[in-house]
Design a protein around this ligand. Structure first.
Ligand code: AMP
Length: 452
């Protein structure tokens, strides 16, 4: 099923083509025709499934045959400012070829005046967090009486964050006759009761109720000093003989530097980011897909739209400072029912990011140290020199999994308490170090303990 078969207007098809999207994701294939047909929707979908486009595209499609009006016709409620910004950006990206429609992204913690001005000038699509929008409604700045389509995105998180009262108040300011779309990753009785109060005869769409993308991804944290991250990546890729690895960096500059350094070590690598031309990006992506480039280094924005089935390895060179980006990043692997591995290299000053990510995931990510790359184990200059000529370099260590190659007295994997892991404690695949403390789910606290 292609996007054109879903009945989208040519302007949207062109925008999708420019984004490099070739096929709709399952949630898009199911939701788009239903929304175009005017149904209310109750959709189970997580971040990473393409849910944003699943509601944005049909909404823009429906606006496309009309002209802008003074009052907003579409309201998208989201739990966080990051998500608001992301949805706003999606609306702008997909709607690029549909000139004239104005989008306002509204959230708290910033000055209200520019938002007031936007409403005064007129907006067609409002993407908002509930608290600030309610303020604007109560101040009679935001008039929602013209809303035809309401989207509640990540409804479960909105309830978790205590937005239910604000949402109910906002619902009261909307016209009774409208189309309602609700997206949620989980469905507890509270969510179902909210759905019952405002959805009308909804059609349920459930793309992957059990095997959600993040569940198919084996996640792991490797604590490591910042200065040794690149060496650790080279080590993991080479020791594990990884053929297709997507690496995320936080900055464009960082992406270039990492790509250069890996290339110098003989690992074929390309980088994609906002400063590269569309042609260069398309070429790099094609080579990566074809397997002629082994490593692709990307920034979050550039990686949007990368859709590679069966991508086995994702590495976070740095953790993203927006926890949702982590979920997006690791969602690149473990697609289409395949399992994948997502490794995050975490240096001591990123522990707070890790905490935020684990809070969002509502689970701890197993953490393990890689022999020779333990934080604080950066060899001094003299030692580096010795290592350079001696066979006991970290890389040599790791190729020799039976423990023969590591330096005397230095445990290969340590638990957070500093206890050595049991000697010769079983086999582990190259590039797949054992877990700190020998347990399957050792704690990140243990791992950062090792960093102290
Ligand atoms: P979402 O679940 O909406 O957060 O989207 C996850 C990511 O998938 C975003 O980076 C989108 O840009 C990307 N994406 C959405 N739809 C498609 C598609 N049909 N093909 C490729 N990438 C997509």
């Amino acid at each position: 099923m292609s996007f054109s078969e879903l009945g989208l207007v040519p302007e949207l098809l062109r925008a999708l083509e420019a984004e490099g999207y070739t096929l709709p994701t399952p949630i898009q294939a199911q939701s788009i025709p239903l929304v175009i047909a005017g149904h209310d929707l109750l959709a189970a979908a997580q971040t990473g499934t393409g849910k944003t486009a699943a509601f944005t595209l049909p909404i823009l499609h429906k606006l496309s045959g009309t002209s802008p009006r003074p009052l907003p016709r579409v309201l998208v409620l989201v739990p966080t400012r990051e998500l608001a910004a992301q949805v706003g950006e999606s609306v702008r990206t997909y709607g690029k070829q549909l000139p004239g429609f104005r989008t306002a992204v509204i959230f708290g913690g910033v000055g209200m005046n520019p938002q007031i001005d936007q409403f005064r000038r007129g907006v067609d699509i409002v993407v908002a967090t509930p608290g600030r929008l309610l303020d604007l409604v109560q101040q009679r700045v935001a008039n929602l009486s013209g809303v035809e389509t309401l989207v509640l995105d990540e409804a479960d998180r909105m309830l978790d964050m205590g937005f239910i009262h604000d949402i109910r108040r906002i619902l009261k300011s909307l016209p009774a006759k409208r189309q309602n779309l609700m997206f949620s990753a989980t469905f507890n009785p509270e969510i179902r009761s909210l759905a019952q109060t405002f959805l009308r005869d909804p059609v349920s769409v459930d793309v992957a109720p059990r095997n959600t993308p993040t569940e198919l991804v084996e996640q792991r944290v490797h604590p490591v000093d910042k200065a040794r991250k690149t060496a650790l990546i080279a080590h993991l890729v080479q020791a594990g003989d990884w053929k297709q690895v997507l690496i995320f960096t936080r900055t464009k500059h960082g992406a270039n530097r990492l790509a250069d350094q890996l290339a110098k070590q003989g690992i074929s690598t390309a980088a994609i980011h906002g400063n590269k031309s569309q042609n260069a990006r398309t070429k790099a992506l094609a080579e990566f897909k074809a397997g002629s480039v082994r490593v692709l280094v990307a920034t979050d924005i550039a990686a949007r739209g990368i859709d590679i089935d069966q991508l086995p390895h994702v590495i976070n060179h740095e953790l993203p400072n927006v926890p949702e980006d982590y979920v997006h990043r690791i969602g690149r692997t473990g697609r289409a029912g395949m399992s994948g591995e997502a490794i995050s290299l975490v240096c001591p000053d990123e522990r707070e990011y890790l905490r935020d990510i684990q809070k969002l995931l509502k689970r701890e990510i197993p953490s393990s140290l890689v022999a020779g790359f333990e934080p604080g184990s950066l060899p001094d200059a003299a030692e580096r020199e010795r290592n350079a000529s001696a066979p006991q370099s970290p890389r040599a260590n790791h190729h020799n999994n039976n423990g023969g190659g590591h330096r005397q007295g230095q445990p290969r994997h340590r638990s957070g308490s500093g206890k050595p892991a049991s000697p010769g404690g079983g086999r582990h695949a190259p590039g797949k170090p054992r877990h700190a403390g020998g347990g399957q789910r050792s704690s990140s606290r243990g791992a950062s303990g090792g960093a102290r």
